[in-house]
Design a protein around this ligand. Sequence first.
Ligand SMILES: [Zn+2]
Length: 307
Amino acid sequence: MRRLFVLLVVLLTFGGAIADTFPEVKVQKINDRVYALLGPTDAPNKENRGYMTNSLAIIGQEGVILVDAGSHKAVAEHILTSLRTVTAKPVTHVLITHHHPDHHLGLAAFPGTNVISTEACAKEIRVRGRSMVNWMKSRTGLSLAGTHPVIPQMVITAKSRQAIELEGVRMELIASETAHTSGDMVVWLPDDGVLAAGDILVHAINPNFADGNLKQWIGVVEDLLKLPLKTVMPGHGPLMDRQDVLEFGRLIASFYKTVESIYKAGGAESDVRKKLDMARWEKLGRFQEMMGHNISTVWRQIETDNF
Ligand SMILES: [Zn+2]
């Protein structure tokens, strides 16, 4: 018995025990009809059970438009429970900002809703959705019963800007060229001054450059700054204002410039670690996880751009 107890303690301490509840959803009211549902910011793991993404709830006439659905079905249900504290209206539309699994695998919790995203995002989910579910299972240690990929039925093309009205709310769906991914879409609410940016903007954590194009990303952030932004919800991290977006844009631009100048001076990828202002990046979350591959991704992109 004693031995079993010791084993159990060891397992709980070193085995990465799976938590039995989700971290709390931070519900932040932006105005009477727009609420940010903010999640934790770590990578999906056993402790957060995969809950680590922000969603935006826009309460319209008859129903709610949700931006991003979370990492799996139970995460989406957890988000829905917190949404019930501010409205009883059903979710009628889900807008997906990009194809990374933490933003859309929760769609299985919304059968019958209209799902809108970009063409490229829908294609990625169609091709890689199943393996994304398996990846999320391995990260969280959960069986993820009921979680399956859902392909957006309504799609918009890259580099397009579409004004639509959903549930009486005017909005613009802006699909950029490749920035964070090949199929990014942001949601702009002109009457509220609110932007849901997906992972084109993240706050207080290191961005992930792996599937994107940093040079174009910098231009996309510059374009977003032309909007009269009041409140910005990033894909991860606390809400931002215009100044925060400006600083994020400058930070990623300085990353690109540093790597480019080393490349053009005939330096090596290893020089980037010495020249980049690491103190600035270390202050941001998920540094260890992101920095190494971010450097090699951008090095490769600059090599291609200058070939
Ligand atoms: Zn994300």
